[in-house]
Design a protein around this ligand. Structure first.
Ligand code: MN
Length: 314
């Protein structure tokens, strides 16, 4: 057993919390719910703490057992899924008090904050890392767990399109299909369906799309005001960064969205620009082709800085 230490920590812990990063995406949610279900299988109750999530993830039934706030502040084990840095998990108190932290992730920028770290930088999804862990721990992947894992893999690979998608991804998904999981239904719900507000935000972002450096950089943004106007909910900005990226000749797509008086920045590259380097300059993180961070800079200044940093790498 490769992860014997993790096995021992889990088995000796009685008060377990599972957490993930803020604004959780499909991989954050899917890996957390899969872990929650896996612990249940070995008779370990845990608190699945997810502050907010998009309704598209209701395809994962067990999400209705998640809670918004910790039940106590003295968990003996906190399992952190899909988070490059502990600061991205807005649960300072329980993190500070935890006897043990297990960190399971796939960001190359992960700074190994856990007592025990299972980090495979470059793996296409935290859910793909988790499959290996569950197998190693001898936890059987059933249909419900598989659904969670699929949500994470489909969303983080952008429907098997990202460069990080590898043979193992397809092998594991093929194994999951043996469990009678409805791949096309999950795919459609989590990746090919827009809420009405999301569609309206895409229209606004489309109209604002600008190109720089001879069409190699695409830039767009949405504001709090836009979101209010279309009555946007959490997750309704998802997919906007891919509009710029989908245009012929674009290497890097920049998308800013205003939240809580700051700008959340999403960067995507198509092939050779390592956007995680740019994320790191701004204290963020990510992968070679996808990165993000938050910034207090004003829109124009932020835009110019980003274009400058990206241009150096074109
Ligand atoms: Mn992920």
């Amino acid at each position: 057993m490769q992860y014997k230490e993790v096995y021992d920590i889990i088995h000796k812990s009685n008060n377990i919390a599972i957490v993930t990063h803020e604004s959780p995406d499909g991989d954050a949610i899917g890996s957390s719910t899969a872990m929650y279900l896996a612990l249940k299988k070995i008779n370990k109750q845990s608190d699945l703490i997810i502050k907010e999530y998009s309704s598209v993830f209701n395809v994962i039934n067990v999400l209705n057992e998640s809670i918004r706030e910790p039940r106590n502040i003295n968990y003996d084990l906190v399992i952190v899924m899909d988070s490059a840095k502990i600061e991205r998990v807005n649960e300072e108190d329980i993190i500070k008090n935890a006897k043990n932290i297990i960190n399971i992730d796939h960001h190359i920028s992960n700074n190994l904050f856990g007592t025990y770290n299972i980090v495979e930088g470059g793996s296409p999804a935290c859910c793909q890392v988790l499959i290996k862990v569950l197998k190693d721990l001898g936890i059987d992947i059933d249909k419900e767990i598989a659904t969670s894992l699929l949500v994470g893999i489909i969303t983080d690979t952008n429907g098997f399109r990202n460069q990080s998608t590898n043979k193992e991804t397809f092998v594991e998904v093929a194994n999951i299909l043996d469990l009678d999981v409805n791949l096309s239904d999950i795919y459609r719900k989590v990746l090919s369906t827009n809420t009405l507000a999301q569609f309206e935000l895409k229209k606004i972002a489309n109209n604002r799309l600008e190109f720089f450096e001879g069409g190699k950089i695409a830039f767009t943004y949405i504001t709090e005001e836009d979101k209010e106007k279309v009555n946007a909910k959490i997750g309704d900005h998802e997919g906007i960064v891919d509009i710029g990226r989908s245009i012929d000749g674009v290497e890097v797509s920049i998308f800013l969205h205003e939240k809580d008086g700051m700008y959340k920045v999403s960067l995507r590259s198509n092939s050779y620009v390592n956007v995680s380097e740019i994320g790191a300059i701004f204290n963020g993180g990510g992968h070679i082709n996808a990165a993000g961070f938050a910034s207090n800079l004003p829109l124009l200044e932020l835009k110019n800085k980003l274009i400058e940093e990206i241009t150096k790498r074109l």
